[in-house]
Design a protein around this ligand. Sequence first.
Ligand code: FAD
Length: 503
Amino acid sequence: MHNRVLAMRETAKQDYQVVVVGAGWAGLGAAHHLSSQGYQVTLLEAGAYPGGLVAGWKTAEGRALEAGIHGFWYPYRNIFALVDHLGLKPFTDWTRSTQYSPAGIEAISPIFQNLPPLPMPLGTFAYPQFPRLPLSDRLTAFPLIQAVLDFDNSDEAWQKYDRISARELFRQYGVSERLYRDAFEPMLLVGLFAPGEQCSAAAALGMLYYFILAHQNDFDVVWCRGTVGEQIFRPWCDRIERMGGKILTQRRVTDIQLDETGCAKAVICGDEAFEADAVIFAVGITGLQNIVRGSTTLRQRAEFTDVMNLGAVDALATRIWLDRKVDIPNPSNACFGFHPTTGWTFFDLNALHDAYREEKGTVVEVDFYHANQYLAMDDTEILKMVQQDLATCIPAFGEARVLDYGIVRLPKAVTHFAPGSYRYLLPNSTSIPNLFLSGDWIVNRHGSWSQEKAYVTGLEAANQVIAQLSQGTTAAIIPVEADEPHVQIGRSLVRLAQSLAIR
Ligand SMILES: Cc1cc2nc3c(=O)[nH]c(=O)nc-3n(C[C@H](O)[C@H](O)[C@H](O)COP(=O)(O)OP(=O)(O)OC[C@H]3O[C@@H](n4cnc5c(N)ncnc54)[C@H](O)[C@@H]3O)c2cc1C
């Protein structure tokens, strides 16, 4: 064990100082648990508000905006447990969703938990309505089960499947062009923020299994009844501060300082230095790349300079206030086929957000993923595109007048799980013994994705600090629900077949 860490243990120093960098789900998760264990936590956030990609704020006119609407899927067990622990009731009921293409409605998802349980993946295939997709195309998905069983989220599985793109994977397993275009690619665009040829097959298998395939209820989703910022982050930050944690916004970290033994001793933020016994980076890929670029310390280590090989995807979030009510059949809607490499979603905020329930006109959120080509457009062009796209799905949108709008451009915002990217993703421990990493892009074995993964990695990083400094109790992390028994048997059979083939 490292000298400085040993020395700290020997002196049995209490109330160690931990600096957490980045106040998204990961950073707040780490800061919350460590504050509850008596650590002196300072959370440094570059932005004006905590929340990271889920931050919400009010415009000068008092309109609430967010960096995209966020859903909370059935398997988000750790986030649901946190929200219960905080005594919050932020969520809507489970919602149904619709999928549109320019040709009309392509799929309507039920609330799966209300239907008789079937062994996976039968419920996922049988229960949604696909008014246009022929059964013969849907059946071509079945050979893919072999890859689903083979991909167990292990390091070996990631190495094997990360080499090819999701597009190649679906082709190799004989998925029909139509099923790919009308079902799988839309899921990749909204789940991994990129079209299939730009997504790692490993990430596609992991994401689809977690959100859709593992258990019938996994695709059920709830939304916050207002902004996540107001409903969850504000009370959560208050709780962290009441426990003694300091949350400092508009503090962009630029470097860390090491002591003579190679441990982090301070975090540098412009001309301020924050002393630390341990440091947790909870920044996204672009955030870490910016820190590495300017850091005399991290620039010298291959693990950090290799992060420059990773990428991130642009997103665009818009919210519009219309002068009349438009009837939107389901509150959440995913759309594909409108733009070659961009997926988009729209949400009926009158149905989801308490504040708009009595509003005279419609309030709709329209978010675009893999929106690279749209970030340069001006607001008028964006609004025109938004209204045209909405009107293609529901013609009444074309007759409504826009009273107000908010547009949030999110350059290089979300992790790009590109083919071949796995080798550059980092685990939570680093070559600096008391510097830990967290965030939705970190390599871990929990099996969750997106917000839930970010939160879990924050807890995992906090647990690493606790293991190192021996102060307090580690956070309990709820594992993902176990594979169904026939999936466990299927996985064993796939392994057996592979080992026989090798002999
Ligand atoms: C449009 C959109 C829609 C989405 N929809 C969903 C959804 O429906 N469901 C879902 O689960 N997930 C969704 N996601 C993904 C989800 O937002 C992320 O997985 C999650 O928020 C990542 O959290 P994080 O803590 O890892 O990182 P982030 O939220 O990116 O937080 C990192 C923080 O670090 C800060 N930071 C960066 N550099 C520095 C620095 N040098 N110094 C100090 N601070 C720094 C940043 O300002 C940021 O606040 C969506 C994302 C987008 C963009």
